[in-house]
Design a binder for this molecule. Structure first.
Ligand code: ADP
Ligand code: MG
Length: 461
């Protein structure tokens, strides 16, 4: 018989082993195993939000681990009544006192229905329905949708390219899932180019080349994600060339994604590059402000949490890069609001983003961070810094902040302008020129600028 602590550490170890789940550690620190009462393993969550979150996210997993360890045990998750201390939490957050609500977790029964052929192949969230369409992706979206109406005949292959986190994989999976819906008998192979490569190499090693060929040539739909990784792999390219031709001749639909257009993929044979471009090549661009807001609204409606419009806008302005970052930031805001028992507000977004944006951008400095620090340095408010007023004490800090955004971030002039109250890229360009000129001409300003820079990026000093 395992003790309560052993069981709990088995559960937490497994949950935390999923590194892409950023919140696991945080949430689990708000849950304690409290007792084994009869045939129930009882866990206490610090508040209702944690309880719901853990229940939604981890109940199946917890039940599975428990039933492996002690099949007779059921699990039960309750909110801690009126207690305020949090296990393992370092922060001084005070928990709101919530009434006890008992929520039973459903224990998975061993007799599961036979898995469908494509269970687990796709992420059920990646559908056309959940995809927000805007200027930056409408063409790609339209092409992908049309493919599902007439696979193999209309556009073949479909080649989707664009930067990381912009929805290429999402669209590709949406095609797969839609085709299964229309015709459950559709035979699909969906892999990354890396998996394809590894399987190919293994098939040579294990002398199973025929089986490998059959797997990829006797299908109706071939989805290969991130084909840029074929670059430099000559033997795999050779094999893929034949796979491609075979399927193409049979009018089977092929969909490929990549981070760059076919002719820009490094060390990709010309004959493959030209085949990739034979159907339709579509790109997905970075979402603009309006679309970022639309995406956030979609996330909000799905999460069933009320997020005020001004907060949506604020967040959309705060995260410019890609949709994945937007999703991460949104989830963090919800998680923090829930855990701290606070309403979702701009202040809360600030708190979360200050740390998260730096983290998310791989230690890079974000535009809101620059704005915040520059405003602090010049002792003006951020609204004044980003606003329309043109008094001299505001104009210079604003220009300095814009120039620093250019120095510290990858944002385009347009994107920077957008975040300074929707200004035009020419305004940003003018501001940067002004600062550069002043730097050359005025020693005092030069020193001041260095001080602001240090203030914005203290780690560098
Ligand atoms: P890529 O393959 O281009 O790197 P993904 O398809 O993995 O990007 O997208 C990253 C995340 O952003 C996913 O969770 C995806 O669902 C989400 N996402 C991307 N674009 C959109 C969009 N237009 N609407 C809704 N969600 C999106
Ligand atoms: Mg992808």
């Amino acid at each position: 018989m395992s003790s309560i602590d052993t069981l709990w550490s088995k559960i937490t170890d497994e949950i935390k082993s999923n590194e892409s789940d950023k919140f696991a550690k945080m949430f689990l620190s708000y849950v304690t195993p409290s007792a084994i009462e009869g045939d129930e393993f009882v866990m206490e969550a610090a508040n209702g939000f944690c309880r719901d979150y853990v229940e939604q996210r981890y109940s199946k997993l917890i039940c599975r681990i428990l039933s492996n360890q002690q099949p007779a045990l059921k699990c039960k998750l309750v909110t801690r009544a009126g207690k305020t201390g949090q296990p393992g939490a370092e922060s001084k957050i005070t928990q709101p006192v919530l009434p006890t609500i008992v929520s039973e977790l459903i224990v998975e029964k061993p007799a599961k229905p036979a898995p469908g052929k494509y269970d687990g192949m796709f992420n059920s969230k990646y559908t056309f329905d959940s995809f927000v369409v805007g200027k930056s992706n409408q063409f790609a979206y339209a092409v992908c949708q049309s493919v599902t109406r007439n696979p193999g005949n209309l556009h073949n292959p479909v080649f989707i390219y664009g930067g990381v986190g912009l929805g290429k994989t999402h669209l590709m999976q949406a095609i797969g899932q839609e085709l299964i819906k229309v015709n459950p008998k559709t035979r699909i192979a969906y892999v990354s180019s890396e998996t394809f490569t590894n399987e190919f190499i293994d098939s040579l090693k294990d002398k199973k080349a025929e089986a490998f060929r059959a797997k990829y040539r006797k299908i109706d739909l071939l989805l290969i994600d991130d084909v840029q990784f074929f670059g430099g792999k000559e033997q795999t390219q050779e094999e893929f060339f034949h796979t491609f031709n075979e399927l193409f001749q049979q009018r089977k639909q092929i969909v490929l994604t990549s981070d760059s257009p076919p002719d820009k993929i490094q060390r990709l044979e010309e004959r493959l590059a030209s085949r990739f471009a034979m159907g339709v090549v579509v790109d997905i661009q970075q979402p603009d402000l309006e679309m970022r807001a639309a995406i956030l609204k979609k996330f909000a409606s799905k999460s069933m949490v009320e997020v005020p419009d001004d907060v949506i806008m604020y967040l959309a302005q705060g995260v410019v890069s890609h949709v994945r970052a937007l999703e991460g930031a949104f989830n963090s805001v919800l998680a923090f609001a829930g855990i701290m028992g606070k309403p979702i507000s701009k202040d809360l977004v600030d708190q979360v983003l200050k740390d998260l944006l730096r983290e998310n951008s791989g230690g890079k400095i974000s535009i809101p961070w620059i704005q915040k620090r520059v405003a602090e340095f010049y002792d003006i408010s951020e609204d004044e810094l980003n606003g329309k007023r043109r008094s001299q004490n505001l104009v210079l800090p604003r220009q300095v902040a814009m120039r620093l955004c250019q120095i510290f971030t990858d944002a385009s002039l347009n994107q920077i302008g957008e975040r300074f109250g929707g200004r035009d890229h020419t305004t940003v360009m003018h501001a940067c020129d002004k600062v550069n000129k002043k730097l050359k001409q005025e020693k005092d300003f030069h020193d001041e600028f260095e001080r602001v820079k240090r203030f914005v990026d203290p780690d560098k000093q």
